[in-house]
Design a protein around this ligand. Structure first.
Ligand code: PMT
Length: 398
């Protein structure tokens, strides 16, 4: 189920040009199934009007401490009760200063002070205002007070200058909120993953590869990061954006993938091999493009190392999770891989269910047997794999 479904957020909008991004964020949240109560400051309403937010959220917009629409006149208290979080985006330098010192001279500052839900702020201001020691002091204090600071980003600013102070994009804030509301099942863990295909060159233009898109591995990397893990992702050649908070190392061949995995293995708690690694590579790599007339009719191949098997048999092996992609007899082959490679968990999938597409239907194989999961989008499947993995880790350390 969508993580936002049935959750309510309070979105505070203060006076900055980035208020237009708050409108987009409200739209994304509502589309994902969340309820959004917008609280607009007087300055915020100079940039985007209440009607826009009302139309996007389908709910009344709150602007005044003296609003009479709340039956008990307690909007400044009731709005955050039961909310999953209060996010102020954009948060101006002035607003951060007020927040630091506990001011309560309008609805939004009062709500922040009287809240009983987590508070996140997305700063947005000119780079000099951001770098000013006063702002830096305030942000440090807010952080120490438990306020979560999202950003800011660096780049071109509305004032024409360039530097730190841009508010995160709406999609980035949406991802951050999504991560924020996930249970931190892997807090304190370090997870290393492989994802995507490998490409085994034959000459400068040709090579052997497969149609893994990397979507399953990237979704799992994201789910691990959102569950609080420190994540390193060794990725074959794919055109996917790096999940937020994930360290990505790009490789092309199986040998390079093995090298990066071994280089980054020390201190990892979990290794998850999602990559569809080419089992063979051309025996010879031609320096120049092979001419059409001289392309060999048969290819000399040589086996690639099995990265997962090598990691799993090390004395210092982390908890190892393998994937098994089969075209038939999934249970038989996946269980054989689990036992053969001595893995803590194998995620089995039929190629026709998971390769290249946005959804997957997997069966989890562990020491206790087979646990089939329902067909779902890869983000949802990844979340379920993370829950199962966290349970196994807990049992292991109990
Ligand atoms: O990338 P997508 O389009 O989202 O598709 C997802 C997927 C179908 C590729 C994925 O869900 C999946 O099943 N990945 C494993 C594919 C695979 O190569 O399976 P295998 O049965 O050949 O390998 C078994 C395990 O050993 C895998 O964990 C694999 O990463 C690992 N392996 C295999 C060969 C090798 N040389 N080194 C390895 O580490």
């Amino acid at each position: 189920m969508n993580a936002f479904h049935g959750k309510r957020f309070v979105l505070g909008v203060t006076g900055g040009v980035a208020a237009y991004k708050a409108a987009e964020l409200a739209r994304l949240l509502v589309k994902a199934g969340a309820e959004v109560d917008v609280v607009l400051t007087a300055a915020g309403s100079r940039f985007v009007g209440a009607v826009t937010f009302q139309a996007l959220t389908g709910r009344p917009v709150w602007q005044s401490l003296w609003d009479e629409r709340m039956d008990n006149g307690m909007a400044h208290i009731d709005l955050t009760r039961g909310a999953a979080a209060l996010l102020v985006a954009p948060a101006t330098a002035d607003f951060l200063a007020k927040l630091t010192h506990g001011f309560a001279d309008d609805l939004l500052t009062t709500l922040c002070l009287a809240r009983d839900c987590p508070l996140l702020v997305a700063p947005a201001m000119n780079r000099q205002m951001w770098e000013n020691p006063a702002t830096q002091r305030n942000v440090e204090q807010l952080s120490a007070d438990g306020v979560i600071i999202l950003g800011p980003a660096e780049g071109d600013q509305a004032c024409g200058e360039t530097g730190a102070g841009r508010m995160f994009e709406a999609a980035e804030l949406f991802d951050d909120l999504h991560a924020f509301i996930q249970p931190k099942l892997l807090a304190g863990k370090r997870v290393l993953l492989t994802a995507g295909p490998t490409f085994e060159p034959l000459d400068p233009v040709r090579g052997l590869t497969n149609s893994s898109s990397g979507k399953m591995g990237f979704a799992l990397a994201r789910a691990c990061a959102e569950a609080g893990a420190e994540v390193t992702l060794v990725a074959g050649p794919v055109a996917l954006a790096t999940p937020r908070g994930v360290t990505r190392l790009d490789v092309q061949t199986a040998l390079q993938m093995r090298e990066e995995v071994l280089q980054n293995l020390s201190g990892q708690d979990v290794f998850i091999a999602v990559a569809a690694v080419a089992d063979y590579r051309p025996r010879q790599l031609e320096e120049h493009k092979i001419k059409k007339k001289t392309v060999p009719r048969t290819l000399g191949l040589e086996p690639n190392p099995d990265i997962l098997a090598e990691v799993a048999t090390r004395a210092d092996a982390p908890f190892c999770v393998g994937f098994a992609a089969e075209s038939h007899d999934l249970e038989k082959y996946a269980e054989a891989k689990r036992a053969g490679k001595k893995l803590g968990l194998v995620v089995g999938n039929l190629i026709q269910d998971g390769l290249g597409c946005d959804t997957n239907r997997v069966i989890l194989f562990d020491a206790e047997g087979a646990h089939p999961l329902l067909l779902a989008d890869k983000a949802t499947v990844a979340g379920r794999i993370v829950s199962h993995l966290a349970n196994l880790l807990e049992k292991l350390h109990a």
